[in-house]
Design a protein around this ligand. Structure first.
Ligand code: 5GP
Length: 194
C-alpha cells in the first residue's frame, strides 16, 4: 500500500535493526485519514471471505481494526492485555510474549462476543515473531470460530511471524512488508501488488 509505505519512509524512526517506531501515525498519535485508507484496503482484500467479526489486540490494533470494521459492516472485538473488573464472563485467554516489552502476558476476550458461527479477520499493527497473532488465533479457536485470515499493517518480513502463520495454513495480508531495517534505513519487500 503506497500511501502507508510513504508515511513509514517520511515519519517512521528506525530504532535498531529490529525495531521501527511509528508513534507519529499509528502507535501514539494516530492519522485518521491513513487509518481509513488502511481499513478500506483490508476490507477490499477480505471482501469475499464471509467475515462476520474482526478481532484485534489493544491498543494499537484498535484504530485500523475499527476502520476495517466500519467499511466491512462488522463488529470489532479487542483482546485486553490487563485484568479488568468488568471482564469476568466466560473468558478466553492466551499467553503472549511481547516483542517490544520482552515480557509474557495474558490476553483475554470475553466468549460472549465470539461464537462458533463467527468467521474472524484478525488485525494487528505489527507482525514480528507472530506471538500476538498466534495468541489471537488461539482465542478465536477456543470460541469454535474460524479464521478468515490475518490483516497486518506493518510486517517485518525478516522475522519469522509470517512464515509460522503461513505454515499453519493461515492467509496473511500485510499492507507494508519490510525486508530490512539495517543501517537505519527502511527497505521494503518488492511486490507486484502495492
Ligand atoms: P510479535 O508478537 O509478532 O512478535 O510482535 C507483534 C507485536 O509487537 C505487535 O502487536 C506490536 O505491538 C509489537 N511490535 C513488534 N515489532 C514492533 C516494531 O518494530 N515496532 C513497534 N512499534 N511495535 C512492534
Amino acid at each position: 500500500m503506497e500511501a502507508l509505505k510513504r508515511k513509514i519512509e517520511e515519519e517512521g524512526v528506525v530504532l535498531s535493526d529490529q525495531v521501527l517506531k511509528v508513534d507519529a501515525f499509528l502507535n501514539h498519535q494516530i492519522d485518521p485519514l491513513l487509518m481509513k485508507k488502511i481499513g478500506d484496503e483490508f476490507a477490499a482484500r477480505f471482501e469475499k471471505d464471509g467475515v462476520t467479526k474482526i478481532v484485534t489486540i489493544e491498543s494499537s490494533g484498535i484504530a485500523p481494526a475499527v476502520m476495517a470494521g466500519l467499511q466491512m459492516g462488522v463488529p470489532v472485538v479487542f483482546a485486553r492485555k490487563h485484568k479488568s473488573l468488568t471482564l469476568t464472563d466466560n473468558l478466553l485467554t492466551s499467553s503472549v510474549y511481547s516483542f517490544t516489552k520482552q515480557t509474557e502476558s495474558q490476553i483475554a476476550v470475553s466468549g460472549n462476543h465470539l461464537s462458533d458461527q463467527d468467521r474472524v479477520l484478525i488485525i494487528d499493527d505489527f507482525l514480528a515473531n507472530g506471538q500476538a497473532a498466534l495468541g489471537l488465533v488461539s482465542i478465536v479457536q477456543q470460541a469454535g470460530a474460524s479464521v478468515a485470515g490475518l490483516g497486518i499493517v506493518i510486517e517485518k518480513s525478516f522475522q519469522p511471524g509470517r512464515e509460522e502463520l503461513v505454515k499453519l495454513g493461515y492467509r496473511v495480508e500485510s499492507l507494508a512488508r519490510i525486508e530490512s531495517l539495517e543501517k537505519g534505513k527502511v527497505s521494503f519487500v518488492q511486490e507486484v501488488r502495492s
